[in-house]
Design a protein around this ligand. Structure first.
Ligand code: KIV
Length: 279
């Protein structure tokens, strides 16, 4: 299994880091087989799996359940779990409780938390306590109601400068990596070259140290909106809808099950159970 120092070395050797979200055992297994460097159990699960319109309703129990499944599917891959909304903005003991459950019960290697500013002491205290922390700046979906929507961040002089300062502060607080979401590629490139830790982009251009995508976006498993920064590698939604339509049709037309899908018992046995078949 890779470690935080593997990711640092990958950055130093300019070897791109491939990360993707996963929420269950089969998707984690597929990610592992594909050679994913690390898996994120993202709170995007709230939107792509649970049908919420934001990540805010996702709970610690939700992330633990998904993380346990991911761990079973990919026992040898470094797994990062998102700390859900408001689990790291209050008492540090509450944050420790959440992290302890994630690391001890779900066996994740690291946690990710969004924002700079007031979260920085938490990043530092967690790191000092032995918890690898991944930062997340730019578009931070848990703050969607403050940001006023899912929009590109850091596209003015003031916000770009603030983002650079926050990224440096996240690194200085001890984070082992940083996710940069939805920022102009030039700014992401600048931040990536400024920091020592790997910067993993999503909607942040090609000059970061790695990329992350949401599993369902990457495989086209949704009939909703697809952001501009997503490359769809398959159209699983279409495949599933076609398959299910065929199934319904087969059931209605009595084409399924066929003989090869059924079990039989020999007539003697049947006779013993039911006294034989009466026609
Ligand atoms: O929750 C998530 O999937 C994420 C990625 C978008 C980085 O945080």
């Amino acid at each position: 299994m890779k470690s935080t120092s593997s990711f640092l070395k990958m950055k130093q050797k300019q070897e791109p880091i491939a990360m993707m979200t996963a929420y269950d055992a089969p998707s984690a297994k597929a990610a592992a087989k594909a050679g994913m460097d690390l898996i994120l159990v993202g709170d995007s699960a709230g939107m792509v799996v649970h049908g919420y319109d934001s990540t805010i309703p996702v709970t610690l129990d939700d992330i633990i359940l998904h993380s346990k499944a991911v761990r079973r599917g990919a026992p040898d891959v470094f797994v990062v779990a998102d700390l859900p909304f408001l689990t790291y903005n209050g008492e540090f003991s509450d944050t420790l409780y959440a992290v302890k459950r994630l690391m001890q019960q779900a066996d994740v290697q690291a946690v990710k938390l969004e924002g700079g500013g007031q979260t920085l002491p938490t990043v530092q205290r967690l790191t000092e306590a032995g918890v690898p922390v991944m930062g997340h700046l730019g578009l931070t979906p848990q703050s969607v109601n403050v940001l006023g929507g899912y929009k590109v961040q850091g596209n003015t002089e003031e916000t770009a400068n603030r983002l650079v300062e926050e990224a440096q502060a996240v690194e200085n607080s001890g984070a082992f990596a940083l996710v940069l979401e939805c920022v102009p590629r030039q700014l992401a490139a600048h931040i990536s070259s400024l920091l020592n830790i790997p910067v993993i982009g999503i909607g942040a251009g090609a000059e970061t140290n790695g990329q992350v995508l949401v599993f369902h976006d990457a495989i086209g498993f949704s009939d909703g909106f697809t952001p501009k920064f997503v490359k769809q590698y398959a159209n699983v939604q279409h495949e599933i809808e076609t398959a299910l339509t065929h199934y319904v049709d087969d059931v209605k037309q009595l084409r399924f099950p066929e003989e090869k899908h059924t079990f039989t018992i020999n007539e003697d046995m049947l006779g013993k159970f039911y006294g034989g078949i009466k026609s």
